[in-house]
Design a protein around this ligand. Structure first.
Ligand code: ZN
Length: 211
């Protein structure tokens, strides 16, 4: 089911570490936090993939499933609606309520005179962290929501970040991977060939009947 278990495990660990009382709070950049939430949202059943097995953690994840489902739905709204309107009111109300249970503690490291500012997201539960990430996604002054896309390949629907085009063109926003782009194009080509043959066959039949 999951092609990148290690990345997913890292994402789950990063998020759970922010949940109060469970682990050491590892400081994260905003991008790491948002990416971890998106990664988690892409995997509907994560209980069997926890970074460390414990009954307490499995229970925590099982409890968080409804919050995760809601977050997935909210993120999809953000990724599909270029022009956001009143239908986000309910999402905002819920997200702001949840996010009020997160405290950001700044963390600084300086390497050769260059500082990096990260945060520990000290949260009551996963719902609170996901609510905060939802606000980041919908914040117009931040870029992460604008870069969020949904894979158009039938049966995929993965959330992903637009990919920069190495040849300088517009970024790739339609498919989550090169493989899925090729699969979609392959399906399109097969359909085109099928239609072309069908047309030819019909033309032949018409040609015969007029003789
Ligand atoms: Zn895909």
């Amino acid at each position: 089911m999951n092609s990148q278990p290690r990345e997913l495990q890292r994402a789950i660990a990063a998020l759970l570490e922010q949940v109060q009382g469970r682990h050491v709070y590892r400081p994260l950049t905003e991008e790491q936090l948002v990416s971890s939430a998106i990664e988690l949202a892409n995997h509907p059943t994560v209980v069997g993939l926890l970074p460390m097995q414990s009954e307490e953690l499995e229970q925590a994840m099982a409890d968080a499933m409804p919050a995760l489902e809601r977050f997935r739905a909210d993120a999809r709204v953000r990724a599909t609606h270029a022009d956001l309107t009143d239908d986000t009111d309910e999402i905002m109300e819920r997200a702001t309520r949840a996010a009020s249970r997160v405290v950001l503690v700044p963390h600084y490291t300086v390497d050769r005179g260059v500082p990096t500012v990260t945060h520990r997201y000290v949260a009551e539960d996963l719902d609170a962290v996901l609510g905060y990430v939802t606000l980041l996604l919908f914040d117009r002054d931040r870029d992460c929501g604008n870069r969020l896309c949904i894979c158009k390949l039938e049966g995929c629907g993965r959330l992903f970040w637009e990919r920069r085009n190495p040849s300088g063109g517009p970024p790739a926003r339609l498919f989550c991977s090169v493989e899925h782009m090729q699969q979609a194009n392959g399906a399109q080509n097969a359909e085109r060939v099928r239609k072309h043959r069908e047309k030819k066959r019909r033309a032949k039949r018409v040609g015969k009947s007029t003789k």
